[in-house]
Design a protein around this ligand. Sequence first.
Ligand code: AMP
Ligand code: GLY
Length: 454
Amino acid sequence: MTAACPDRVNVLLLGTGGREHAIAWKLRRSPRLGELWVEPGANAGLLALGKVCPEPISTKEAFRLNRWCDREGIGLVVIGPEAPLAAGFADVLAEGDRVVFGPSKEASRLEWDKAWAKQMMRTASVPTAEGKSFTNLDAAIAYAEVREEPCVVKAAGLAAGKGVVLCDTAEEAVEAVRDAMERKVFGEAGDTIVIEEKLDGPELSVMALVDGRTLWVLDPCRDHKRVGEGDTGPNTGGMGAFCPVPGVSEDLLASIERDVLVAIVDVLNREEIPYRGVLYAGLMLTPGGPKVLEFNCRFGDPETEPLLARLESDLLELMWATATGGLDGLEVRFDPRAAVTTVVCAEGYPGTPRTGDRIEGIADAEAASGPGEQVIVFHAGTAPDPSGGPGSIVTRGGRILAVTALAADLRRARDLSREAAGRIRFPGAFFRGDLAEGVLRDTTPAATVPTSNA
Ligand code: AMP
Ligand code: GLY
């Protein structure tokens, strides 16, 4: 189904957050972009870049949405988050000549069903934590009770990044099992759980574009999940990320490509489940080699912000090629500079954040860069200020802005991102100032040369 990318493509982008703002920002740089449409409910950054689709975004209303896409000549639908993939939007919106960037419901099961993903990994001999899946409470408790080693209890379904509990003792594991299966704290997502060994090591996010057959590995990223500096406090959706990651050798990346990404895509193909879209491997670099913690079926957030800030190639062309089986022969180029994204959060996050505060200082933040540098402020949880003038925006949600800096090396990019984040002003704003500290401590500046693609 390879088809050349048309000269002018109207795009509908699903998703409302920071990842989608970065995608929209990059799509806007493509000479092939026609009209860009965003969801109702998109953040203020997205609203400034696209027109609002007037139709409800619901698979139940797929008929209306398809009719609207036809009327507006939408050539490409880009699906940002996991929920619409799990709901099957990629299947229902791929009508006629329209192309969808994002895997089918069946293929995105790798993300929405961790028990199934585990089974596929076993079939593909993908290195991952040893684990077992349960649908029965008593069986899960019996297994958890006799665990002598620390373990991890995971809701198998989509739980907005919250369904993973790290347990040091058997008692904690039993409680985590009861929370998921008996008290239903993750809703239906916890009807099936996975209990697996707890691994140790630095984490790495490796994303690839996959067109069904051909796969292109993108520069590796690292995100920071814990809310507090020094990796303390509860997990969040991500307090920041950077790209590339110093110390990730070409050999390591090649082994991840072969043993993880190609291996799983091959097994899916054998099951007649073609994979088209972004395949994200969340890995832990253990002393025994890289092991998969999870697969995601979309760009990571906040990893997408530093990743796309560095992308030099035309994102629209790449998405088109990915969706149509045309990646073979294309090249993906990255800016050699390092990128760091600092996420500015609202007071209370990752619990219940305060919302509705006016945000100031975005232009100041973007002006923080020196020669050969750049600061881009991507919006995550923002909304137009209902009572303010044009351009006035307010907080809406926990992660508010993804302040992204590009600079010659990782340390400078981190410092610049931190300085720019400090220029953002709203009551209770906070962020982590120690992003990338671990690798900056361990690497000399000479080692911060970006990894090139395999
Ligand atoms: P996941 O949503 O599966 O990526 O899990 C979220 C976070 O939990 C990961 O980024 C890790 O920090 C942690 N985690 C998940 N699985 C494990 C594991 N088997 N061992 C140690 N930490 C884990
Ligand atoms: N940053 C992790 C994720 O997007 O799931």
